[in-house]
Design a protein around this ligand. Structure first.
Ligand code: NAD
Ligand code: ZN
Length: 370
């Protein structure tokens, strides 16, 4: 088992990574000075697979747990589902010392975390992520929240978990498309922070795609270290934490205009990162060979790297980018790469450059239309 510390003073916590960890959950919680009651919040895909062993482990350590199952998928991140969770917590008389276990992907983590942040003005919670994206990204750092009709993650809080338990055995049942989408965030850590990790991913991608446990555990632990390091320096995103958004300005806009289900988050930011690398070449002199290495790694991971847009979709994409949280004063801001392993944030990018990066073929000479 590997352990990564998230250094946040009195709110510091550990991320434990390895196989077979679900059965340790109760024992780990017992070390955290939590109350005797808890609620396990999970979704309809994950609960039938793992809730039993989670509840058994809690029981063996002396905790009494109730299972709250929410629908699977992004629509569960809503105020309506939050209310259902609050009602269940109240019905089972969870009190100030009680805690919540978030068992699932990023959706469950964000939802259950926000329920924990707000129920009785805040109770403790523990993250037990079950998707690759949640292992390396959403379960660490304390950003929790739900969506509004007007947009994603518009209501939320910073509420750090007391523990993150990444049991890599849970990834065995993850659908291949979801697994690949998680790899998009893994690759992101290489680009923004760690050239050696990026090179390792180029080398070990076949092992990762086979979900080799040792490779997975090492790579997940490295990603968690990077996220912990960034969050430890800038918990509430006043600066550095913005680098985690590499590829996300375009990625979020793609998710926004294409509706639920068309692109997974990891797929959208794969396209976004490839475009951001091209913009980096144009604006910061980022090595074009490295931009190509980035594109190739996403292709090899089975992720999309391009999007075909009609004129109307293009218009919508730019409108969505202008509405993104990363926009201030009307300028679209990007995280751009200086080299693999080093990025800068807050870069203003002209719309023409974004267009070119999304449509590299427009660089080729074309016959004028008849
Ligand atoms: N808080 C943060 O810092 C942060 C960071 C990144 C993303 N997010 C959020 O995370 C969400 C996406 O998370 P996600 O990609 O994990 O999606 P998800 O939680 O919807 O999970 C994807 C699908 O896989 C299923 N699933 C989960 N674990 C499984 C397993 N082990 N076996 C089989 N099926 C399983 C789920 O039921 C779901 O259908 C988005 O809402 C995004 O906004 C938050
Ligand atoms: Zn992301």
């Amino acid at each position: 088992m590997r352990t990564v510390n998230v250094p946040l003073g009195a709110r510091s916590y550990e991320i434990k990574i390895g196989p077979g960890l679900l059965s340790n959950l109760g024992r780990n919680c017992a070390e955290l000075n939590l109350g005797a009651h808890c609620a396990v919040i999970s979704d309809r895909n994950v609960a039938p697979k793992f809730a039993k062993s989670v509840q058994l482990s809690l029981k063996k350590a002396g905790f009494e747990s109730v299972l709250i199952t929410v629908p699977a998928g992004e629509t569960a991140k809503s105020l309506k589902v939050m209310e259902q969770c609050y009602d269940a917590l109240a019905k089972h008389r969870l009190e100030r010392k009680s805690f919540i276990v978030a068992l699932g992907g990023g959706v469950v983590g964000d939802l259950a975390g926000f329920v924990a942040a707000s129920y009785l003005r805040g109770i403790a919670f523990v993250q037990v992520p079950t998707t690759l994206l949640a292992h390396v990204d959403s379960s660490v750092g304390g950003k929790v929240g739900v969506n509004l009709k007007a947009g994603k993650n518009l209501v939320g809080a910073f509420h750090q978990p007391r523990l993150v338990l990444c049991d890599i055995d849970t990834l065995r049942t993850l659908p291949v498309r979801e697994f690949r989408a998680g790899l998009a965030e893994v690759i992101k850590y290489g680009i923004i922070y760690d050239a050696a990790l990026f090179a390792r991913l180029e080398r070990d991608l076949p092992k990762l795609l086979k979900r080799d446990p040792e490779t997975l555990a090492e790579v997940i632990a490295r990603c968690c270290e990077i996220k912990a390091d960034v969050v430890g320096q800038d918990e509430t995103e006043s600066g550095l934490r913005a680098i985690l958004n590499f590829g996300h300005t375009i990625g979020h806009a793609i998710e926004n205009i294409s509706g639920y289900g068309k692109f997974l988050h990891g797929e959208a930011i794969s396209i976004g990162q490839v475009a951001a690398a091209r913009i980096s070449t144009e604006m910061l002199g980022f090595d074009s060979n490295d931009a190509e290495r980035i594109r190739k790694l996403f292709v090899d991971a089975g992720l999309p790297t391009q999007i075909k847009l009609s004129a109307l979709q293009r218009k919508k994409l730019f409108a969505a980018m202008r509405l993104d949280k990363k926009v201030s004063g009307g300028e679209i801001k990007f995280v751009l790469a200086k080299k693999i392993g080093e990025v800068v944030w807050g870069q203003k990018v002209p719309e023409a450059s974004i267009d070119k990066a999304l449509n590299p073929s427009t660089l080729d000479p074309r016959p004028s239309s008849p």
